[in-house]
Ligand binder design. Sequence first.
Ligand code: PMV
Length: 332
Amino acid sequence: MPEAVASAGANVALVKYWGKRDEGRNLPAVGSISITLADLIARAHVRVDDDSVRFQGRGGPVTGQAGDRMASYLDWLGAQLGLTGPGRLCVTVDASFPVGAGLASSAAIHCAVAAAAAATLDRKIDLLSLSALARVGSGSAARSVYGGWVEWHHGEREDGSDSIATQILPQDEWPMAMVVAIVNEGQKDVPSRDAMRHVAETSPLYPAWVASQPADLGAMRDAIAARDLKAVGTIAEENCLRMHAITFAARPPVVYWSPVTMAAMEAVRGLRRDGVDAYFTIDAGPQVKVLCRPEDIERVANTMSSVPGVVRTLRSLLGPGVEIAEGPVPWR
Ligand code: PMV
């Protein structure tokens, strides 16, 4: 029975992906820039089997919409990678952090699943093709292929072959840290896939978001090239608030924040007033992610832990891209 194991880190966007130009292929309406984290890791064990359980998590079989979506993704991956004959791809996933709570777990999981599937079937593919395969599972998974600082390109082609991620800088060329202030470990209210469609269809601010993204991407590339944390953080906060502003303006509104989210944002501003370079970003959930220098991680984590309502904090440095833990490496 062929099998392989791959691991991938979650990534957090500093210039966000929000909106699709093609829903089936997960082609984005805008480009995005992210960092890949070392300590929020998903591990996927893929095998070819005739098992009726296609998707197992830590707590047993994953059923419902999440189980069905993974089964169709595994069928699609199998077809793309030339799986013929008896057996289907099945996966067991383990993550080192809460799943489905706006912590980019789907990015890490789908990237690890795509890599493990290619290794299981012993296919040779390069990282760019892997990025395109991962993207179909979850858009942001395209970015977890690479470590460090990463850009996912909007692309122009209809088949999506140029909507792939590339690395801007490896993790050791500009070390950075992130503290995640967890406000609620439960499942998020509105999955990003559904919210993106709803916001694009009903928010009058959506066209302005799409039009303003190239300027943020350009400024972020320049700020990273200059190793200018203040500029990176300022652009990241503005871009995050703009993304949430368009969700607030949808009909009915989509609001991912809780009062604790706002208190955590204020704590980050307080850190800056005290001279610590710390900047927030927020995804499709109430958690607040704080970008800071590795030497400030302790101070930032202590401050975020002391915000009333913050359940706990996670800390991470920047990490590598996807790795094969067991099985043949497809991209060598
Ligand atoms: O890849 P998805 O469908 O989980 O969407 C991710 C959306 C955000 O996390 C809010 C933004 C981003 O660029 O990661």
